[in-house]
Design a binder for this molecule. Structure first.
Ligand code: HEC
Ligand code: HEC
Ligand code: HEC
Ligand code: HEC
Length: 426
């Protein structure tokens, strides 16, 4: 009996101890940090960090594809990344831009990591170039704009500001650090949207996939003595609204050396042409859909940050939505050829208008009112032609709108020519 009692006590003891150990073990296991499955620990990134290598620690796929923008040099029929000299390929440009630095140096654009090298090499720079020209070129901008304010940034001469600028475009131009949210970083874009009663904070993710590009791929001008970066959007973003805006302001970039007209130089209105009711915009597509297609790296899916001509890899760029990639790339070729031909006709008309105005201005008894009218028409015609010419897709972003604008450019140029002939005869 005693022996039985002893073994019961010992057995109960063992059970109690085992239970205690099991409970302890379970509590211990439950309180362990979740296992890390091959994902590198996230490193905190400083707000507006200009160095992409820091961001690259967390996002190696986006980082390495972004680095590829430096070396991709493929040339396509009307685009690509070979920095060819447009004024040598189309000598009519020398006449169209007479008196403007673009008549000397006008190169095809390249990938995002080349922005600093290319802006510093352009022959369009001179002693008076303002700092504003760095606005679309550097990942240092968001923190400089925060520190200095954009007005002071724009007023600083290009060569002085350059000492504070060390990085080409980087992650900080489009993303908020850590949250990786897409954001508007250029104060000029925020102000231009506000002038239209829009607040980008309310935009959807799909809208932001185009709006981040509008930080830079838009028409702009330098307002006033302080060269304040401004987008001419308060009346809308169509070419007519932009023309009206500049006319109301009596703004001009330069006086044409041959026709004497007060001209406006258009700058890459990619966002404006695309959003002017293009088929893809109306269908809800964004810039990133074609220029930053999803790519696979093993199991991971990410947006390619090698932003380039979609024609370099149409299967990736168009294949997500179109099953017949060959058909749509053929359509691009057809559209671009048609737009290039129509653009060439507009150039011919502009050259004729310039010659007629110059001849009229040389005549002693010229009718000054008609001459002034011819110059105004030259300005409006060339602004329209340049809207499509300076845009980067040779019309593909919005074929109907590009052709409509070029037809009206040709019409206005021919009217300018007729007015000049009348002025000379008068
Ligand atoms: C439906 C697809 C599509 C969408 C959407 C799109 N693009 Fe494009 N983009 C193209 C194609 C095609 C070209 C022509 C490329 C060529 O000629 O090599 C092009 C050309 C360009 C170029 C010139 C590329 C080069 O090689 O020089 C730029 C810059 C550009 N697009 C920016 C934008 C921006 C900014 C947006 C949004 C506002 C946008 N694109 C929306 C398809 C698209
Ligand atoms: C911070 C300004 C900035 C932003 C934001 C920006 N770009 Fe650019 N982009 C540029 C500049 C400047 C160039 C020309 C660089 C050069 O020629 O050195 C360029 C060039 C390009 C090219 C031509 C590349 C090539 O290889 O020829 C494409 C395409 C392009 N951008 C598309 C986009 C798209 C799409 C977005 C939005 C997702 C975007 N960019 C956002 C400034 C910007
Ligand atoms: C020209 C603008 C631009 C620049 C510069 C840029 N990104 Fe992006 N990034 C985008 C867009 C657009 C998306 C798509 C976002 C979406 O669909 O919500 C994106 C998406 C991402 C995402 C989300 C996952 C994915 O791949 O879709 C990460 C992470 C990211 N970028 C990291 C980076 C890093 C790191 C850098 C710098 C090396 C960088 N980005 C530079 C525009 C940019
Ligand atoms: C996000 C999806 C999407 C992507 C990416 C996309 N497209 Fe489209 N595309 C559409 C939609 C939607 C339509 C309109 C279809 C319709 O109305 O029948 C369209 C229409 C077109 C059309 C007009 C159809 C025709 O018969 O002429 C062409 C051309 C075209 N796309 C070319 C391209 C090219 C080239 C690319 C790649 C550079 C591309 N698309 C990328 C969605 C896309």
């Amino acid at each position: 009996m005693r022996k039985f009692l002893n073994s019961t006590i010992i057995l109960s003891g063992i059970i109690v101890i085992l239970t205690a150990i099991t409970v302890g073990l379970l509590v211990y296991i439950k309180n362990q940090a979740p296992p890390v499955r091959g994902i590198a620990p996230i490193t905190a990134i400083a707000a507006m960090e200009p160095d992409i290598a820091e961001w690259g620690l967390n996002f190696p796929n986006q980082y390495t594809t972004f680095l590829e923008t430096e070396s991709n040099q493929t040339r396509t029929s009307y685009g690509g990344s070979d920095a060819c000299q447009k004024v040598e390929e189309d000598p009519r440009l020398v006449k169209l831009f007479a008196g403007n630095p673009f008549s000397k140096d006008y190169k095809e654009d390249r990938g995002h990591r080349n922005t600093l090298t290319d802006v510093r090499a352009t022959e369009r720079l001179n002693e008076k170039t303002p700092g504003t020209c760095y606005s679309c070129k550097s990942a240092d901008n968001p923190s400089l704009w925060t520190d200095m304010g954009m007005a002071a940034y724009d007023k600083t001469p290009f060569k002085d500001l350059g000492q504070r600028i060390h990085n080409p475009i980087g992650c900080a131009n489009c993303h908020e650090a850590n949250t990786m949210r897409l954001i508007v970083t250029n104060p000029a874009l925020e102000e231009a949207l506000a002038a239209q009663g829009k607040d980008w904070h309310t935009f959807t993710r799909q809208e932001m996939r185009s709006v981040v590009c509008a930080n830079c791929h838009v028409e702009y001008y330098f307002a006033g003595e302080g060269k304040y970066l401004t987008f001419p959007w308060s009346g809308g973003t169509t070419v007519e609204a932009i023309d009206d805006y500049y006319t109301a302001l009596e703004f001009s970039d330069w006086t044409h050396a041959e026709s004497g007209a007060n001209m406006v130089k258009m700058q890459h209105p990619d966002f404006e042409l695309f959003t002017a009711g293009s088929t893809h915009y109306n269908a809800g597509a964004s810039c990133a859909d074609c220029h930053m297609p999803y790519t696979r790296d093993g199991a991971a899916k990410f947006s390619s940050h090698n932003v380039q001509s979609p024609l370099v890899d149409p299967a990736a760029s168009c294949g997500a939505c179109h099953t017949d990639v060959e058909y749509v790339t053929d359509r691009v070729a057809g559209i671009q050829e048609q737009v290039a031909g129509t653009m060439s006709a507009a150039e011919e008309a502009l050259v004729a208008a310039i010659d007629a105005i110059a001849a009229a201005a040389d005549t002693a008894k010229v009718d000054q009112d008609l001459l002034a009218e011819a110059r105004r028409l030259h300005r409006s015609a060339q602004l329209r032609w340049d809207f499509v010419a300076a845009e980067n897709s040779m019309g593909f972003h919005n074929p109907e709108e590009a052709l409509r604008i070029l037809a009206s450019a040709t019409d206005l140029a021919r009217q300018a020519q007729i007015k000049a002939i009348q002025a000379q005869g008068g």
